[in-house]
Design a protein around this ligand. Sequence first.
Ligand SMILES: NC(=O)c1ccc[n+]([C@@H]2O[C@H](COP(=O)([O-])OP(=O)(O)OC[C@H]3O[C@@H](n4cnc5c(N)ncnc54)[C@H](OP(=O)(O)O)[C@@H]3O)[C@@H](O)[C@H]2O)c1
Length: 484
Amino acid sequence: MDNMTFVLFGATGDLAKRKIYPALYNLYREGRMPEKISVVGLGRREYTDSKLQSVIKEALESFSRREVEPSGLEEFLEKFRYCIFDATKPESYDKLHQFIKDRESELDIPDNRLFYLSVAPTLIKTITEGLHESGISSNAGWKRLMVEKPFGSDLVTARDLNKKLKEVFTEDEIFRIDHYLGKPMVQKLESLVHANPMLKALLDHDQISNVQITASETVGVGTRAAYYDQAGAIRDMVQNHLLQLVMMTALYNPDKMSTSEIEAEKRGIMESLKPITKENMEENVVRGQYAAGQIEGQAVPAYLEEAGVAEDSNNDTFFAARLEIDNENWRGIPFYIRTGKRMKKKSTRIVVEFKCDGDEEALKDDGIEPNLLIIEINPNESMTLKINIKNQSEEKFEPEYITFSNVSATQPEAYELLLHDAMQGNETFFAHWKEVELSWKWVQPLLDEFEKDGLPLYKYPAGSDGPEEAHHLLKEDGHQWWYV
Ligand SMILES: NC(=O)c1ccc[n+]([C@@H]2O[C@H](COP(=O)([O-])OP(=O)(O)OC[C@H]3O[C@@H](n4cnc5c(N)ncnc54)[C@H](OP(=O)(O)O)[C@@H]3O)[C@@H](O)[C@H]2O)c1
C-alpha cells in the first residue's frame, strides 16, 4: 500500500471516536496500514497533538472491537498530529497545506493525500473549494475524497453537491460512504453465486416467490431529532442503505465481476426499478410513525414526545414498500423493503422466499412452509436455509434450520473494510454517483408527496413490527413478512 497522508476533517467529532479511530487501530494491528502514514486530525477545538492522542486512546478503549494492547499503542498514536482548523476561514487552508507538507517531508513520504470529510454536510462544498483554492488538492501524487452520508437531501441538492465535488475530484477519486456496503455479509453477496455454483441452482429465479429486506432498529430518534425530524426514514435509510441492499441482493451474475462490472450491474438494476408515481404510491408504500409503547419491558415515549421533535411533526419513522425490478432476472418477483425505528427487534436481514408447489391448503395441513434463504447482516452474520423435515411421530413436517454463521467478534467492522479499500483506491463498495442519482430519482416522487402529506402516516406502537398496513402490503399478494 502506498505511503500517504490521511487528512481527517472532524477529528474531534463523534464518528471519528466511535468508528474511524477504532477502525484505523484494528487495521494497524493487522498490518493493513501503509508502512508510513501521516494522520492529520482537524477541528476548531484547541487541541494539541498529545490531547488528540489521548482522546484517541480513550476512544479505542471504549469502542475498539480488539482490546487495546500496550505494545504498539505508542507507535500507533505517534502517527497522529492535530491542526486547529476552521473550514469557514480561508486562511485555515494555507496553514493546513504547510502543515501537511511539513509532515510529508519529516516522514519522507510522497504527497498522496486521502481527505476524509467527517463533518456536517453543509461544510462539504466549502471544504472541497478550500482544498482546491489553496492548492492542497493540486498535489503530484494521488488524491482521494471520502464523503459521509447524507449525500444531498433530494435529487436537486445531490446533483448540485456532486457537481461541486466534480470540479475538484474525478469520479474515481470520490469515495461516497454507505456503511451498509462495508458490512462483511453485504460484501459477500457479490461473490456468493460465483463462488458457490450450488447456489446458482438454488437461486433459480423461476423458483423464487419474493424477496424481503428488513432493517429494523429498537432505538428511537435519541439525540438526533434536529437532523432526523427533517430527514425521516426515507432519507435516513431508504434512499441510501435499503436501495443499496436491493442492488446488492439483485446482483445476479454467476461470473466473477470486476468493480466496473458490479457498478454497471447495480446501475442497470436501479434503471430497471419501476418508478413509484403519485398514482400508484398508496398501493405500494406504507409510511408510519411510532406511538408510545414498550421495548424489552420498558415504557418508551411516542415519537411526538421525543426531545427536539416538533409536536405536530408528520415525519416518518417507518417505511415499507413493494418494489418491482423490471429486468430479465427479476421480472414478476416482488421485492418488499421495510425499515423502522422502535421496532420489536434490531435486525438487518434479507429473506428469499421460494415457491411452494401444490395445493396451498394441503401443504398447510402437512405442516409444509415455504423454504427460505435467510441472510442475516446485523447484529449477527449468518446464512440460514429453512427446510421442511418430516416428524416421524406425527407424520407431519416441521421447519428445520441449517445455519452457517460467523463469529461476530472476529469480523471486521464496516469502517475497517471501507477505510482499507479507500487507502488502496478500491471503489467496489462505495456508492457511485449514478447509483446515488438514480436512488434519489426513485425516491423524489415520494419526498414530494410526503412533503404535501399526500400519503397516510400510520401509527404503530413502539416495540411492534410496524403498522398493520405493512402486513396488508404482502397479504394482498398472498405473502407474509418473515420475522422482524
Ligand atoms: N455519528 C454517526 O454515527 C454518523 C453516522 C453516519 C454518518 N455521519 C455523518 O458524519 C458526519 C460527522 O458526524 P459526527 O457525528 O462526527 O458529527 P459531530 O460529532 O457533530 O462532529 C462534527 C465535527 O465537525 C467539526 N467541525 C464543525 N464545524 C467545523 C468548522 N467550521 N471547521 C472545522 N471543523 C468543524 C467538529 O469539530 P470542532 O467542534 O472541534 O470544530 C467535529 O469534529 C456528519 O456528516 C454525519 O451526518 C455520522
